[in-house]
Design a protein around this ligand. Structure first.
Ligand SMILES: [Zn+2]
Length: 144
């Protein structure tokens, strides 16, 4: 695997470093606009608010809780490193703080997935990865 490019995570730069550092510590960050009349949160992290283009955007810790919006069970993916771990559940979740996020659902059979089901963030750690911990989601404790 060593020399193969990876397509699952972006590289870390000065802007996204706080996000990945937080993820390594078990905290999912979003960005929230502080401009008057906006206040919109977004994900993935951007330097400008995607709603009003303000630069008054700050990092904010999330609860790590979300609802499942939609998903697709991926059976075939030739791009490394996905090929080694099919099938997996690619998903879009609605964070409780508002932003919609593309991610992956783990520890849940596809037959148990339901729209709106409660999820909580977990982390796939990869010591050899571009980033040390990638946020994924699993069914929330006590949900059912
Ligand atoms: Zn804004």
């Amino acid at each position: 695997m060593g020399g193969l490019p990876r397509f699952d995570v972006p590289g870390i730069d000065d802007f996204t470093r706080p996000y990945w550092d937080a993820a390594a510590g078990g905290v999912l960050l979003i960005r929230r606009c502080r401009a008057a009349g906006c206040g919109k949160a977004h994900h993935y992290p951007r330097e400008f608010c995607p709603r009003c283009w303000s630069e008054e955007v700050v990092w904010e810790e999330t609860s790590g809780l979300a609802g499942l919006y939609t998903w697709s069970v991926v059976q075939v993916n030739d791009l490394p490193p996905f090929g080694a771990r099919v099938p997996y559940t690619a998903a879009v979740v609605d964070l409780d703080e508002g932003p919609r996020m593309m991610t992956e659902v783990i520890d849940c059979p596809a037959s148990d997935l339901r729209i709106g089901m409660r999820l909580q963030v977990a982390y796939r750690t990869d010591p050899e990865g571009v980033v040390p911990a990638v946020p994924v989601f699993r069914p929330a404790a006590g949900a059912g």
